[in-house]
Design a protein around this ligand. Structure first.
Ligand SMILES: [Zn+2]
Ligand SMILES: [Zn+2]
Length: 313
């Protein structure tokens, strides 16, 4: 299932890298007639304030609403500009991810992909790194409150560390995280050291894989066996993949050099694990990616893997 809000999607006005046309190549690829028949497509919906406030402080939600009415200034230190309607656009990202969750939990679909989802930098009380509301964190809360799903494996392969999810759930022993990213000494948000493995009872449930600038497929793929072991230890009831495409060679704002193989192999592994461990429940969320060709190619690999039968172990 692909949940796509279609243009105008959650995006920022030119010349912002999180642009209105970054999903165009992806949309073209998935609309090919021989491909389109393999997926379901669904319209997106707007999340309720109550759902958004399961993760975000009310003061912050009100701040976004005000900024959305005025449509000027920034929601953070200068990465995430306000525009008229940004509240609704952001709430729609959250609604889409929650709809994906409900369709997967209800077994209407085994897997879902939300290209505009995966806004992993937003924190409880602030925007960050082009992210207004953290649809991932909200989906994790919703899985627990509405569907009695506790144990969740979250894998984040965006070039940037998923700080908004990582630190909110740092002490949570039931959220297992594996996050592969460009070393924070060289890239926003500057976090994600390998020594951070979770706090208190959650020690050992978090894994960071900081890669040096210019790392490519070999460096990335060498992490997959460790992610597989981490997932096996977790025994999840649900798997969430944030598959940002900004680690591909040619992305304008990062320094990694992956090919779309990274997205294919990661999805293949998690797809197989989902069928083995949690009745197929796997939600993939887009995340970053600022070169439209890269975004299209990487996420096309993701949806193709999910549409095919899982690989055998
Ligand atoms: Zn990113
Ligand atoms: Zn499957």
């Amino acid at each position: 299932l692909v949940l796509d809000q279609g243009p105008p999607a959650y995006a920022f006005p030119d010349p912002h890298p999180f642009s209105r046309d970054r999903l165009e190549v992806f949309r073209k690829l998935v609309s090919q007639p021989d491909v389109v028949s393999k997926f379901g497509f669904a319209e997106t919906i707007i999340a309720s304030e109550q759902d958004i406030e399961s993760f975000h402080d009310k003061d912050y939600v009100d701040f976004v609403k005000r900024a959305s009415r005025l449509g000027v200034g920034y929601l953070d230190q200068g990465d995430t500009p306000a525009y008229k309607g940004i509240y609704e656009a952001s709430a729609r990202v959250v609604g889409s991810t929650l709809l994906a969750l409900s369709k997967v939990v209800s077994k209407e679909f085994d897997h879902a992909f939300v290209p505009v989802g995966g806004l992993h930098h937003a924190a409880r009380d602030r925007a960050g790194g082009f992210c207004v509301f953290n649809d991932i964190g909200i989906a994790i809360r919703k899985a627990r409150s509405d569907y009695s799903i506790r144990r969740i494996l979250y894998v984040d392969i965006d070039a940037h560390h998923g700080d908004g999810v990582f630190y909110e759930f740092y002490d949570d022993p039931d959220l297992w995280i594996a996050d592969v990213h460009e070393d924070g000494r060289f890239l926003y948000p500057g976090t994600g050291a390998a020594e951070e493995t979770g706090g208190g009872a959650a020690k050992g449930t978090k894994m960071n894989f900081p890669l040096p600038p210019h790392a490519g497929d070999d460096e990335f793929l060498s992490c997959l066996p460790k992610i597989r072991q981490h997932g096996a230890n977790c025994r999840p009831d649900l798997i969430i993949l944030q598959c940002g495409a900004d680690g591909l060679q040619g992305d304008p704002i990062t320094h990694l050099r992956y090919s779309p193989d990274v997205h294919r192999m990661t999805t293949r592994l998690l797809h197989q694990m989902a069928h083995e461990l949690c009745q197929g429940r796997l939600i993939a969320l887009g995340g970053g990616g600022y070169n439209a060709k890269n975004v299209g190619e990487a996420w096309f690999e993701v949806v193709k893997e999910l549409a095919n039968p899982p690989a055998l172990s």
